[in-house]
Design a protein around this ligand. Structure first.
Ligand code: AMP
Ligand code: MG
Length: 520
């Protein structure tokens, strides 16, 4: 196996839980608890990310070894690994939930990658921890496939995210009540090894603040800045925490703008699922927009309030940042720097949204009128039940004079709505062609720019579900093929057009495709 160098700064620098027992409890005054993964019956490597393996220094032989599957199932440790679960709280669906913590995630250690960067290796589904509350510490194969694939798909789309190294089946079954309707079933279990510079969440800061553990809060903030925001060392000490908060706000704004660009709906934007590094984190009941519906939420737990609907993600991110600001406020005499950070979110998001509009429509700049042009395209897509990804790809691929109503025949889910909205499309295309005529970009540059921001391939829920059903029968080839498609989301991939197709009718209201729950 690779000769990994672990630095484990989190354990060395930050206070840990003196109680070494692996029993569920409140942990105060500490940010982590040492805990061993619980071994599983029969680890088998189902899939891995070649890019992540290379970054960490695993060659093909290492990945293929029995030891690799054992380590990344939690059955064996490499020299230098010191497993722990971290302690955090969070606001769930708008309510303070108190201590949550890594209930089924166990960090093995932090290594220095071949890129010189810190990479924390974390197993998800590796067994109970002091933070498991009433749950079993395990993860099912279906949700593990979804986390594995989407982490890598998001990375290749160019949107900040935690990564996935490996997906290992455990040979054990897990009991889950998928829709919380009193029908639990046994399902195959799995462990994903996910990887990020840090898995620190807003909730890591909220918990000590809620408990008035201000020294612990300050220690954690200093650690986070020192370790993960080295560029802030240049900030004067009295401004540093405010500057850091503003940077978290700006990164969060750019992150959400990335999701809005590609049609990603996170599904559970609780503050414990928000990364301070501005990464997409905790892939659960997420979904992707097929027919453009700004109110879409894939999460059945969210069906009533639709708090985490597609269109609300920017405002939810802002709300989450206000909770982080509140948590940090004991470190400030005056709230002005925190307010300035929140204002930076609004400004950065507005700028990124303009960037999205210019990019997606192929314009050299986003003028005020282009905001209206985009809003009108969205209202047509919604009225016509048109596929968001296919609409933008069609706009990208065709020269202006070929942009007729007929060119969009294939992007619809409902024939009657297509016909009813055809005039709206015709009028919009007329305006768009005029706007293009008034734009300095030449056709080739425009096409190249549009194809670099309007993906052809996204991880549509039905594609993931089809791969999951095969994996549950013991056949990983669907997962491997989908992973490979998602490595080049902006390229045409001859022979793989089916992966860029519309959601088939069978998937419209199918569990796992349009309806997902937090049960995972
Ligand atoms: P999530 O909704 O997945 O972000 O999880 C919220 C909290 O529940 C976190 O503290 C998780 O660690 C915990 N959790 C979720 N599923 C499990 C499980 N199967 N076993 C233990 N803890 C869990
Ligand atoms: Mg979570």
């Amino acid at each position: 196996m690779a000769n990994l160098h672990f630095n484990n700064a989190f354990l060395r620098v930050l206070p840990g839980d003196p109680d070494g027992r692996n029993v569920v409890r409140e942990v105060r005054g500490a940010l982590w608890s040492e805990v061993m993964p619980t071994a599983v019956a029969a680890p088998r490597l189902l899939a891995y990310s070649p890019e992540m393996a290379a970054t960490l220094g695993f060659d093909d032989e290492a990945v293929a070894s029995a030891e690799f599957a054992e380590v990344f199932a939690g059955n064996r440790l490499l020299d230098g690994m010191r497993p722990y679960a971290s302690n955090y709280g969070g606001h769930q669906f708008g309510q303070w939930a108190g201590q949550l913590g890594d209930g089924r995630a166990i960090t093995l250690g932090t290594v220095i990658g071949s890129d010189g960067q810190d990479w924390e290796l974390q197993l998800k589904g590796a067994g109970k921890t002091p933070y498991s509350r009433h749950a079993d510490g395990r993860a099912v194969l279906r949700s593990s496939v979804r986390e594995f694939l989407c982490s890598e798909a998001m990375h290749h789309l160019g949107i900040p995210t935690t990564r996935a190294l490996s997906l290992v089946t455990t040979g054990e079954e897990v009991l889950r009540d998928m829709f919380y309707d009193g029908h639990p079933e046994m399902e195959p279990g799995a462990v994903v090894c996910r990887v990020a510079p840090s898995f620190l969440r807003f909730g890591h800061f909220e918990l000590p603040s809620a408990r008035s553990e201000v020294d612990l809060l300050r220690t954690l903030v200093d650690f986070a800045i020192g370790r993960h925001f080295p560029e802030l060392k240049a900030s004067p000490a009295e401004h540093r925490v405010g500057d850091w908060f503003a940077e978290v706000c700006r990164r969060t704004a750019r992150l959400v703008a990335g999701w809005m660009r590609v049609g990603f709906v996170h599904g559970v934007l609780n503050t414990d699922n928000m990364s301070i590094l501005g990464l997409t984190i905790d892939y659960g009941p997420y979904g992707w927009i097929d027919d453009y519906d700004p109110d879409f939420t894939p999460n059945t737990t969210d069906a009533q309030g639709r708090r985490y609907r597609f269109d609300w993600q920017p405002r939810v991110a802002y709300w989450n940042l206000t909770q982080l600001a509140r948590a940090l406020s004991p470190l400030f005499d005056d709230v002005a720097p925190l307010q300035a950070g929140l204002d930076a979110f609004a400004a950065t998001y507005a700028e990124a949204e303009r960037g999205n509009i210019a990019g997606k429509l192929g314009l050299s700049e986003c003028r005020d009128n282009d905001l209206v042009l985009m809003a009108d395209l969205r209202s047509w897509m919604q009225a016509a039940e048109a596929d968001m990804t296919m609409v933008f790809r069609t706009l990208s691929d065709l020269p202006a004079d070929a942009l007729t109503v007929d060119a969009f025949d294939d992007v619809h889910y409902d024939a009657a709505k297509r016909v009813a909205a055809a005039e709206q499309l015709q009028a919009w295309l007329r305006r768009y062609r005029q706007r293009l005529a008034d734009d300095p970009l030449d056709a080739t540059t425009r096409r190249d720019r549009m194809r670099a921001v309007n993906p052809k391939y996204i991880l549509r829920n039905w594609l993931a579900q089809r791969a999951i059903e095969r994996a549950q029968q013991g056949d990983p080839s669907g997962v491997l093929e989908l992973l490979d498609v998602m490595r080049h989301p902006y390229d045409d991939q001859p022979g793989r057009e089916a992966f860029a197709g519309k959601r088939p009718e069978w998937a419209r209201d199918r569990a796992g495709c349009s309806m997902l729950s937090c049960s995972s």
